[in-house]
Design a protein around this ligand. Structure first.
Ligand SMILES: NC(=O)c1ccc[n+]([C@@H]2O[C@H](COP(=O)([O-])OP(=O)(O)OC[C@H]3O[C@@H](n4cnc5c(N)ncnc54)[C@H](OP(=O)(O)O)[C@@H]3O)[C@@H](O)[C@H]2O)c1
Length: 284
């Protein structure tokens, strides 16, 4: 699998397997095992998804060498603050049965109770993540759902700049301004929910032509779009055949016209989320 190199030199596989809404034990374990079998080496998780133990279980069952996997988790919204982060990371490590994470992200920038002092809240939270990064427990650190103002706050105060920003990205939501800022700052952008417009797009004649032309499925076209946009797509499925299908995206590229069509595509159902609002605690 191809990699992208983060600002600190760490290599991150360019396609990740996501774990959101994958909490049925049997499905979650089987899907992680299948993902590894077909070639995924990057697993995106979060404390809020409440399935870190299931990833740990699957990794034990797989017997796959830990050092060949790239594991991410995220700080839940209710646990922001310097004093909470170390405990949260220890908890994620224990659940995923590993002694380090490849990447750890602040899940949301503005959380309940910090609508006014989000900037200070993020800086304090980040300080604890920097310490764990220096200790080697976190091989890379980053953020998720951060807009430019949230990123600037860390970039201008932090010792270690965020290495990744994980954002909602797919045709209709390409996040151009924040992606440009990330490029300037050497921050790699990950694309979550890349398949969101799948059922709407596949009804379009122009897109159906693409499926025939490339001999690929709608999901594969959407994942390729994110790769061609220089983002790292994260995709989830609990179906074995789809996991296999979603990994099969490395033998083609969209030509300029098709890429441009998807890049310009707009739909009222798909809008950027407002990252300035306070987010609920996820799990407490
Ligand atoms: N940072 C954040 O705030 C945030 C937010 C959302 C997501 N994420 C991360 O990003 C990951 C990906 O986002 P997502 O879970 O929304 O993933 P996604 O891959 O865009 O969409 C997953 C949905 O598409 C279906 N699907 C998967 N492959 C398909 C295929 N080949 N054909 C048709 N349908 C298919 C899945 O159903 P089945 O499972 O039934 O196959 C599931 O309902 C998450 O799992 C999570 O790790 C992060």
């Amino acid at each position: 699998m191809e990699n992208v190199t983060l600002a600190n030199g760490l290599k991150m596989p360019v396609l990740g397997f996501g774990m959101w809404q994958n909490t049925n034990e049997d499905e979650a374990v089987k899907s992680v095992l299948k993902a590894i079998e077909v070639g995924f080496r990057h697993i995106d998780n979060a404390a809020a998804y409440q399935n870190e133990e299931l990833v740990g279980k699957a990794l034990r069952e797989s017997g796959f060498p830990r050092e060949q996997l790239f594991l991410t988790s995220k700080l839940r919204n209710a646990a922001h603050g310097y004093e909470n982060v170390r405990r949260e990371v220890e908890e994620s490590l224990k659940k995923m049965d590993t002694d380090y994470l490849d990447l750890y992200l602040i899940h949301w920038p503005v959380v309940e109770g910090h609508g006014e002092d989000w900037a200070e809240d993020n800086r304090e939270t980040w300080k604890a993540m920097e310490e764990l990064y220096k200790e080697g427990k976190l091989k890379a650190i980053g953020v998720s759902n951060f807009s430019i103002n949230h990123l600037e706050n860390l970039v201008s105060h932090a010792e270690v700049k965020p290495m990744v920003n994980q954002l909602l990205i797919h045709p209709g939501v390409t996040q151009d301004e924040v992606r440009d800022y990330c490029r300037e700052q050497g921050i790699v952008v990950q694309a979550y929910s890349p398949l969101n417009p799948l059922s709407v797009l596949r009804k379009e004649d122009r897109v159906r032509e693409m499926l025939q032309k490339y001999d690929k499925t709608m999901a594969q076209i959407l994942l390729r779009f994110c790769l061609d946009l220089d983002t790292v797509p994260l995709t989830k499925s609990a179906h074995m055949y789809r996991i296999e299908e979603n990994f099969d995206v490395f033998d083609f590229e969209l030509d300029e016209k098709d890429f441009e069509y998807l890049y310009q595509w707009q739909h009222s159902d798909f809008q950027e989320s407002d990252n300035q609002n306070e987010r609920p605690p996820q799990i407490s």
